[in-house]
Design a protein around this ligand. Structure first.
Ligand code: HEM
Length: 513
């Protein structure tokens, strides 16, 4: 029988062995190694418990270090908190790449196991055909210009009935309402009237893949957005079967809604919670973005919201900034000397913790934790200049979210109409922040409990009919995304991904080449 003393001795021996082992495989030129209190598996437990917040928690304990190493036993994570090193990552886009994460996401989210199909998806540098990144490159044009206008028009038609219903319902769960509205509007905008997600019987990965397969077999894509038709065309031309492609397509739902739902919720929460700001923004929309049509309908003009409502736009960005836990992530493909100082070894992962970058004096410094609705205003009395690393909610170029214009339109239109037409108050009267759920697929703080509210129609608009107005080709949101210093060909190939992939990566081991 082992007694407590023997157990303690065993623990000390294991810990010593771990430190010696760690020390031997840590090059002194690598960023300083942060040892977990629990030997061997400490950082793995940390990630499982706190999710990606574990990196930030560790970096907070070493505020003087612009970069640290966390040993996960089978791989290392380099955690960056300085804007200079963030830019150094951008300059080394060829060796610090997002591309392998795309393959991992496609493989793990879709459940594709066929080797031939996986090889089609795998990046070229790793011996595959590079289909994942080819599809992603094509997503940027499919989510801008005329293709975006078409999606926006479909999306707003679907949002309106949800907004109308607010006047009828008594008490409802605001988060669930955001979820229903976003899923209905986003999926129909992408897939058209034969939307495979219309009927909720698709729940579950296999069922969803079957529903999508049937949708394609029935020709649903003939009335769909360019986003859907382009992805299908590229994949089939590259050698995918329709069955395998339907599995891959299941993952698109995550991109379409996983961040938009919580972002929409927080926008409503943060505005209704601040009555004075709410009134100012209502006035701004009323004065600049409300059209009264000849038939008496009141229409919210999306272009005017983007171009003539600076306070709403700045507030929107500030809400996204303060509510995100984004951490743009790259894989080290080849040994890389970052900023001539830190050795990043191939097979490991680099992650930039946006919350901590924002706290650096050269970014937002002491004001980073303060909600300032005018922070992103380009005009007006309280102008603040752009800061490198000040806004990482949509990623970091060359890997930025291709859906940001669509998501912004959806949230801004819905929020503008809801706040003009309704007063909303929480049941119990107090705006208490709900608890956040640890998420593998969302960086916008999805909540893990109900948030019950009551809505009442505002008297000044009694009896008015409402609609939206979208002008073609003028619907991109101007948002501060840190660009590369020089626009390289890589910039053209702007790519993006989801933090959940990092978890998938941990599960699979990072040594992917
Ligand atoms: C408020 C809403 C959204 C936020 C905050 C957001 C944020 C992000 C971020 C941070 C990334 C990763 C970039 C990186 O790692 O550097 C990303 C990737 C991506 N986003 Fe978004 N996004 C949103 C909405 C959307 C929408 C509506 C779509 C689709 C129409 C979309 C499609 C994608 C895609 C396809 C990727 C790449 C992931 C993949 O390859 O599967 N996103 N997004």
């Amino acid at each position: 029988m082992i007694d407590i003393t023997q157990l303690l001795i065993l623990g000390v021996v294991v810990a010593l062995g771990y430190f010696v082992f760690n020390g031997s495989r840590h090059d002194p030129r690598e960023p300083p190694l942060v040892i977990s209190g629990i030997p061997i598996l400490g950082h793995i437990f940390g990630i499982l418990w706190y999710g990606v917040d574990h990196w930030g928690n560790q970096a907070k304990k070493h505020p003087g270090q612009p970069i640290i190493s966390l040993d996960m036993f089978f791989t290392k994570f380099y955690v960056i908190t300085s804007p200079d090193l963030m830019q150094a990552v951008q300059r080394n886009a060829k060796t610090l790449s997002f591309e392998p994460l795309l393959f991992f996401s496609a493989k793990n989210i879709s459940g594709i196991s066929n080797q031939r199909t996986l090889n089609l998806l795998k990046e070229r540098d790793a011996g595959g055909e590079g289909l994942s990144s080819k599809i992603l490159h094509a997503m940027t044009p499919a989510l801008s210009g005329k293709a975006l206008d078409k999606m926006n028009i479909q999306m707003i038609q679907l949002l309106r009935p949800f907004i109308e219903k607010l006047g009828e319902s008594s008490i409802f769960d605001l988060y669930e309402w955001c979820k229903d509205a976003t899923i209905a509007a986003s999926t129909e905008a992408a897939y058209g009237p034969m939307n495979p997600y219309k009927d909720k019987a698709w729940k579950g990965r296999r069922r969803a893949a079957n529903a999508i397969l049937k949708y394609f077999q029935d020709g649903g894509h003939n009335q769909a957005s360019e986003l859907t038709t382009m992805r299908l065309k590229i994949s089939i031309e590259s050698g995918f079967t329709l069955e395998e492609y339907s599995k891959l397509e299941v993952g698109t739902l995550l991109g379409l809604v996983s961040n938009t739902i919580p972002a929409m919720f927080w926008c409503l929460f943060d505005l209704y919670y601040r009555q004075k700001l709410l009134d100012e923004i209502r006035e701004e929309i009323q004065a600049n973005a409300l059209i009264i049509a000849t038939d008496g309908t009141y229409r919210i003009n999306l272009t005017a919201i983007r171009e003539q409502c600076p306070l709403l736009l700045s507030t929107f960005q500030e809400i996204l900034r303060t509510r995100t836990n984004s951490a743009p992530t790259r894989l080290v493909l080849k040994d890389t000397l970052l900023a001539d100082e830190y050795l990043l070894k191939a097979g490991n992962t680099v992650s930039i913790v946006s919350e901590l970058v924002a706290q650096r004096p050269e970014v937002w410094g002491e004001t980073s934790g303060v909600f300032n609705e005018r922070r992103f205003m380009n005009s007006g009395e309280k102008k603040e200049s752009r800061r490198v690393g000040g806004f990482l909610t949509f990623g970091l170029s060359p890997t930025i979210c291709p859906g940001r214009h669509f998501a912004s339109s959806e949230i801004l239109l819905l929020v503008a109409m809801v706040i003009l037409r309704y007063d909303i108050s929480p049941v119990g009267g107090v705006w208490k922040e709900p608890k956040i759920a640890a998420s593998m697929v969302s960086i916008m703080g999805p909540i893990k409990e109900k948030f019950l509210v009551e809505a009442s129609a505002r008297k000044e608009y009694a009896g008015i009919k409402w609609g939206f107005h979208v002008e073609e080709d003028r619907n991109r949101t101007s948002i501060d995304i840190p660009q590369m210093e020089e626009q390289s060909p890589l910039y053209e190939a702007a790519r993006s991904g989801d933090l959940g992939f990092v978890m998938i990566l941990i599960k699979n081991g990072a040594n992917i080449h």
